[in-house]
Design a protein around this ligand. Structure first.
Ligand SMILES: *Cc1c(COP(=O)(O)O)cnc(C)c1O
Length: 368
């Protein structure tokens, strides 16, 4: 790869392949693999990443919203696409694009049935979501009888899968809670399947679930962050490869005398003679203000340099005192050399937020 000449997010599709194969290797060969590509494949890129995963043989995709699924269809994704959080206003678009909704409440079920009525389709594939403790989306155990009664008489629908989502698979302190969620899912799904005489796919594991609770893989797993190279645990991080590298260059270098200030609100004051570098990336690109004021580091010629002063909309300044560098040199904000997890932690957040926050203004380039 040539050195960056502007801010770019470089996506390594070979690393994506490595991660996909690594996660698959933790599963039984017959377990289906759903690739979660919501939010532009966690801020990387939805199209190239999904096409690569389709080539690799993923069985399913999931997005959060209907428009994300439409974009995948336009890009040539033919595998089934589960929409995790569809909105009623988009049901017609969902049906026209052959997307499959997560049905998580009676309101959504009834609205979807009426949308189908207007379209004259039958046996439309849906996925039933159960709440087993996350308390975010899903039918509860108490809804089971009503749901079963209603689905018995619903020929417009075909239940392709039933699923739930775990709250704390990455947290060893919550093992008992996670096991209880899995047990509740087991109980609900047994009753659901026997009373309706159905054999839908069952799935509950996310990435950390695959890595920590493989016994509950059922028929399918849903992985997002692992595909992008993060395992929420140093032990797994070392076996995964971050697919995205956020790179930029040094626009200008300033030699600062003692007691000069840098940036808005004069948030950095040089205590001694320093050298600062200005980079063409700011909070409008996804590097929020919480990363400024010395909290976070970037990599300049293999050396760590702190972000100083306040993050601006289009720029940040870093302290490169003692680091051999010049204008035009490449700078890395995160990637395999400096993990997005490590960077996120400096600002009390998680890799997911840093990755998905990289704005669409940043050009994506691909390493095949
Ligand atoms: C985002 C999401 C996932 C993926 O979780 P990771 O931790 O990124 O693997 C799986 N299932 C649901 C319902 C989600 O919303």
């Amino acid at each position: 790869m040539p050195e960056a000449q502007e801010t770019v997010l470089e996506i390594d599709l070979k690393s994506l392949e490595h991660n996909y194969r690594f996660l698959r290797s933790k599963l039984r060969p017959e377990t289906k693999f759903l690739s979660v590509v919501k939010a532009f494949a966690y801020g990387s890129d939805s199209e190239q990443v999904a096409l690569k995963l389709q080539d690799l043989g993923t069985d399913y995709f999931a997005v959060a919203y209907v428009q994300e699924g439409v974009a995948l269809r336009k890009a040539g994704i033919t595998k089934p696409i589960l929409v995790l959080h569809p909105q009623v206003i988009n049901f017609e678009t969902l049906i026209e694009n052959n997307l499959e909704p997560s049905i998580y409440s009676f309101r959504i079920l009834n609205e979807f049935v009426s949308a189908l009525g207007r379209k004259e389709t039958s046996k439309y594939p849906i996925h039933i979501k159960f709440n087993t403790g996350l308390n975010r989306l899903g039918f509860g155990e108490k809804d089971l009888n009503g749901l079963i009664q209603q689905l018995k008489h619903e020929s417009a629908l075909r239940v392709v899968s039933i699923f739930s989502h775990l709250a704390a698979t990455e947290d060893p302190k919550e093992t008992q809670f996670t096991k209880n969620q899995i047990a509740l899912f087991e109980k609900i799904s047994l009753e659901f399947c026997s009373k309706l005489e159905l054999k839908p796919l069952k799935h509950i594991l996310n990435t950390s679930g695959i890595l920590n609770y493989a016994y509950a893989q059922y028929d399918m797993v849903r992985s997002g962050i692992g595909l992008y190279g993060y395992g929420n645990d140093p032990k797994f991080d070392s076996q995964l490869k971050p697919i995205a590298t956020l790179k930029t260059i040094i626009s200008q270098i300033h030699l600062l005398d003692p007691n000069e200030s840098v940036g808005y609100n004069r948030a950095f004051i040089s205590e001694s003679a320093r050298m600062s570098a200005t980079l063409p990336i700011g909070h409008a690109d996804g590097i929020g203000r919480q990363y400024g004021r010395g909290k976070t580091y970037v990599l300049v010629n293999q050396k760590l340099a702190p972000i100083i002063g306040n993050v601006c909309m289009d720029m940040i300044m870093i302290d490169v005192t003692g680091i051999p560098c010049k204008e035009g040199d490449e700078v890395i904000l995160f990637g395999p050399q400096l993990s997005a997890h490590q960077v996120a932690v400096t600002a009390n957040t998680i890799s997911y937020e840093l990755l998905t926050g990289i704005s669409q203004r940043v050009k994506r380039i691909f390493v095949p």
